[in-house]
Write a protein that binds this ligand. Sequence first.
Ligand SMILES: [Fe+2]
Length: 219
Amino acid sequence: MCNFAHDDRQPRYGFLVDAPEIRALIDATTRLRHTIRDDAARVEALRPAFAALLAADGWLPDSCAQADETSRMGGGIGQYALYRAEDGSLCLFSLVVPVGASTPVHDHLAWGLVGIYRGRQDETVYRRLDDGKDPTRAQLEVAKRQQLGRGEFYTLLPPADDIHYVSTISDTASVSIHLLANDTACVWRHRFEPATGVVTPFRSGYANAPCPPDADGAR
Ligand SMILES: [Fe+2]
C-alpha cells in the first residue's frame, strides 16, 4: 500500500488503497463530474461525500499515515497516493506533517477539497499581488490564517486561495486528506519564498508511487 515505494508489484494507478470509504468518494466525484460542469458547484456538491470520508475510521492504513524521511518537501512530510486516475484527472492522497513541521509555501493548480483526518493544522493562505507573468517571481501577502481540526475541510478553486502552507500544531502528526483534480504530486507546481519573492518549480512526488518518467525521471 503505502510503504513499498519502488515495488513493481504495487499498483501505480487506480485504488492504491482499496477501501469502500475511498471508493464511495471517488464514485461520487466521477458521478458529479458528469452532472455538474461548474467547478464551484461541483466542489460544493462533493462536501457530504468528503465529510463522510473524514468522519470514518479504519480505512487509512498506518503505512499511509507515517513520516517520510526521504520527502522532497523536507521535515519528514509524507505524501501517499490513495487513488490516482491514470489520465491525471483526479487523485486522493494523505499528507502527513510531523509535529512542529511545516510544508513549503506551494500551490495546487487544481480544484478540490482538503480536510483534516488526524491532528490539527495551522494554515496560512497568500494572495498574489503581481500579475504572474514572471514565472520566477511572485509578490505575496498573507490573505488569511486559520486552524483546522479533525473533520474540518476547505475547498480549492484556483487561482483563489491556491497558495498556502500548513504547519502541524497538535502534539501528534497531522494527517490531511486531499481530493484534487490533477495528479498533484507529479505535476510541476510552484514553491514560493514570500520574503524574497523567489518562485521555483516544485514536484513533491508520492512516497508510494512513481511519477511518469517523462519529467525528471525520479519518483
Ligand atoms: Fe497544500
